[in-house]
Ligand binder design. Structure first.
Ligand code: 4AD
Ligand code: MG
Length: 463
C-alpha cells in the first residue's frame, strides 16, 4: 500500500493500470447502483476527476453515505481500467477514510452550474470548481512562462518596493499607507503632519515598479519585475482591478522598435507555453467560455503584430462608420472601445500603437522631435484592448526635468530618478504587462474578477 498519496494527474498520466494507489481529494459527486457506489473525486492537480468505486464488500462501505459533495476523503485500492466512458482508470477501493464532512444542507457548491457572479461571493470555495481550478493552473503556467522567457534571455529578476513615496505614473491614483491615528492625526498649520507618520513623509502603495527597475537596468542592463501593483482609480470595469500583478522588463541600450520586438516575442512565447502545457484546461475554456480561444492564440503565434502610430490610429477611427461612445480626436486618449475596434475589426490581430501625444502620456516617456508626441507604445489585443503599456524613456536630463515640471510633479521627490540622467545615462526602454489581463485574454474569460483569486475592486475586499 503506498504511503505517499498519488496525485490524480500523475495517475492519469500513467501508461497502464495496475498496482495500488492512495488518492486524496474532494468529492464532486456520488451515486450508487445496487451494491456499488461511485465517487468522483478531484484534487486540483488536473481538470479531470478520478472515480473511486466502493463495493459493499469493502469494510469501509458504511462510510459512503456521509460522502456528500465537498467532503474530503482518502481512499486506497487498486488502479484498474475504467468501465465508464471518458475515463482511463478508476480506483477499486480497498479502504476509505473520511477526512472532513460537508453538510449538503449548507455547502454552497452543489453539483450544478453556478453563475460566476455567485461564485465571486464564495471565493474561498470557488477554487474547487472546474473553472477556477483551470484558471489557477493556467495562471500558474503563465507566471512560469513569463519567468522562463526572461531567464532564458539573461534578464535579472528584481524586486521593487511595494511601499513608495513617489508616483511612478504621475497620475495620482495611489493608496495612502499610514500609521497615523485617523481620528486624531497630528496637525501642522491645519494640515495633517506627515513628518509624524511612519516614514516621516507621505507614503503610498506603488502603481508600478518601473522607476526602480530603471535604476537596475542602468546597472545590470536587462532586468524585469513581476509583482503586485495598486491603483486607486474608481474603475468598475471587466478589465480593471485595484490590485493586480504587473510584469515590467526594462532594457538598457534599447529603443522603442527593439522594445516592440521584445513585446511581440514575449507574448508569443507565453501563449505557446500555455497551449503546450495546459492542453486540457485550454480545451475546457475553448468549450465553455470562448469558442475561439485556442484558435486566436495559435493565430497570434503564427502571424506578426501590426504596428501603427497613434496618428494613424486616430485617422483609422475617424474614417470608420462606427458610432463610438467617446469622441475621437487627435490629442484625446484612445478608449477601450476604440482599441477594440482597431484590433478586432480593422486589423484582426495584435497591434502596437506608438507615438502618442505627449499631453496624455506619463512624464518619463521620451519626447519625439517637435515635442508633440512621445515614444510610447501600447500593445492592443482583441477582446481586451490594452494589454501592454510601455515606452522609450526620456534619458536627457533637461528635457525630463521640463516634462516633470509641466506635469506638476515636485522634482525634489524624483531627485534620484533625475540623477540617473546626470551620471552615465543611456537610451533605455521598458513596458508593463498586466498579468491578470494576460490570463484573461488566454482563457477567454469575460471578467478580470474571475482571474484574480481574490479581486480587489471598489467597495470590495472580502477574503
Ligand atoms: O499602462 P500602465 O499604466 O503602464 C505602467 O504602469 C508603466 N509604468 C509600465 C512600464 O512601462 N514599466 O500599465 C501597464 C499594464 C496595462 O497595459 C494593463 O495591462 C495593466 O498594466 N493594467 C491593469 N490591469 C488591471 N487592472 C488595472 N487597473 C490596470 N491598470 C493597468
Ligand atoms: Mg497604459
Amino acid at each position: 500500500m503506498p504511503v505517499q498519496p498519488n496525485r490524480i494527474k500523475d495517475i492519469l498520466d500513467r501508461e497502464s493500470a495496475g498496482g495500488e494507489v492512495l488518492v486524496q481529494g474532494w468529492v464532486k459527486t456520488r451515486r450508487s447502483s445496487g451494491a456499488v457506489t461511485f465517487i468522483q473525486i478531484s484534487d486540483g492537480s488536473t481538470l479531470s476527476d478520478l472515480q473511486v468505486v466502493v463495493e459493499e464488500s469493502c469494510p469501509d462501505y458504511p462510510l459512503v453515505d456521509s460522502l456528500n459533495t465537498g467532503a474530503s476523503i482518502s481512499a486506497s485500492g487498486s488502479l484498474v481500467p475504467s468501465q465508464g466512458r471518458g475515463q482511463k482508470f478508476e480506483v477499486n477501493a480497498g479502504s476509505l477514510a473520511v477526512l472532513g464532512l460537508a453538510d449538503p444542507e449548507t455547502y454552497p457548491l452543489q453539483k450544478k452550474r453556478h453563475t460566476l457572479e455567485f461564485l465571486r461571493e464564495i471565493a474561498h470555495l470557488r477554487p474547487r470548481t472546474n473553472t477556477f481550478g483551470a484558471v489557477a493552473r493556467v495562471r500558474n503556467a503563465t507566471a512560469f512562462a513569463i519567468h522562463s522567457f526572461f531567464q532564458e534571455r539573461g534578464f535579472q529578476y528584481i524586486q521593487t518596493p511595494m511601499i513608495t513615496a513617489s508616483d511612478a505614473e504621475g497620475a495620482g491614483a495611489m493608496f495612502r499607507v499610514t500609521t497615523l491615528d485617523l481620528k486624531d492625526p497630528p496637525r501642522q498649520n491645519g494640515e495633517v503632519d506627515a513628518t509624524e507618520d511612519f516614514f516621516g513623509r507621505p507614503a503610498f502603495l506603488t502603481v508600478s515598479g518601473q522607476l526602480e527597475a530603471e535604476i537596475f537596468a542602468l546597472a545590470l542592463s536587462n532586468v524585469y519585475t513581476f509583482g503586485p501593483t495598486f491603483r486607486a482609480e474608481n474603475s468598475n470595469t471587466s478589465r480593471h482591478l485595484a490590485e493586480f500583478w504587473m510584469v515590467e522588463p526594462e532594457v538598457a541600450f534599447c529603443d522603442l522598435d527593439g522594445l516592440a520586438d521584445l513585446a511581440e516575442d514575449f507574448l508569443k512565447s507565453v501563449f505557446a507555453y500555455v497551449l503546450e502545457h495546459c492542453p486540457e484546461d485550454m480545451e475546457f475554456f475553448n468549450r465553455w467560455y470562448d469558442k475561439a480561444a485556442i484558435e486566436t492564440l495559435n493565430g497570434i503565434i503564427e502571424s506578426s503584430f501590426e504596428r501603427i502610430t497613434y496618428t494613424e490610429a486616430v485617422r483609422m477611427l475617424q474614417a470608420s462608420r462606427e458610432s463610438f461612445e467617446f469622441p475621437v480626436e487627435w490629442g484625446l486618449d484612445l478608449q477601450s472601445e476604440h482599441e477594440r475596434y482597431i484590433t478586432e475589426k480593422r486589423i484582426g490581430k495584435p497591434v502596437v500603437v506608438t507615438d502618442y501625444p505627449s499631453g496624455i502620456k506619463a512624464f518619463y516617456m521620451r519626447l519625439n522631435e517637435g515635442g508633440d508626441t512621445v515614444r510610447a507604445m501600447d500593445v492592443l489585443v482583441p477582446r481586451i484592448g490594452e494589454i501592454i503599456g510601455g515606452s522609450q524613456r526620456e534619458e536627457r536630463h533637461d528635457l525630463l526635468l521640463d516634462r516633470m515640471r509641466q506635469a506638476g510633479l515636485d522634482e525634489r521627490d524624483y531627485w534620484w530618478y533625475l540623477d540617473l540622467r546626470q551620471y552615465g545615462t543611456v537610451p533605455h526602454s521598458g513596458f508593463g504587462l498586466g498579468f491578470e489581463r494576460t490570463v484573461q485574454f488566454i482563457t477567454g474569460m469575460q471578467n478580470i474578477r474571475d482571474i484574480s483569486p481574490f479581486p480587489r475592486t471598489p467597495k470590495n475586499a472580502e477574503f
